[in-house]
Design a protein around this ligand. Sequence first.
Ligand SMILES: Cc1cc2nc3c(=O)[nH]c(=O)nc-3n(C[C@H](O)[C@H](O)[C@H](O)COP(=O)(O)O)c2cc1C
Length: 141
Amino acid sequence: MLYRLIYASEAAGDLTPDSVQALLDNARRRNRLRDISGMLVFDSRYFLQVIEGDRQVLSDLYGKLVQDTRHKRLLLIGFEPIVHRTFSDWSMGFAAADAQRRRLYLRHGLSARFEPHSLNATSALALLTELSQGAELEAEN
Ligand SMILES: Cc1cc2nc3c(=O)[nH]c(=O)nc-3n(C[C@H](O)[C@H](O)[C@H](O)COP(=O)(O)O)c2cc1C
């Protein structure tokens, strides 16, 4: 059964652009094998991620994510059945959250800063969807 899981977390230490790229490359490779699609947003401190796929497969991945020492303070924002994927184009899309997107955060119920732990599932999905359509979405190869 197709599900969508959304969570927020906080980077455990300084993550260099190279280590974020390595994380993404690995996630994309693994997600392709498990028919997982999704989107990751990072602002150098907080992560917001959505993953779509089989319910058990998502639950297993979340178990790994919780144990991953690269981030902490995981907050499960949503886990619910869906009919269609929203992020089917990406095994893991990526967008950098930056100050230039202040208006976008305000529109989705955040303060002017990217603080994903305060989002509810509806706002988080709307924000992720809008960011996935953003011009700065990095191409997957
Ligand atoms: C912010 C963040 C996002 C991640 N996203 C994914 C992902 O989408 N898919 C994935 O397989 N692993 C992802 N990982 C890596 C997993 O936590 C884990 O390292 C990976 O599944 C391999 O686990 P294993 O070595 O225990 O098998 C992510 C890690 C972090 C810190």
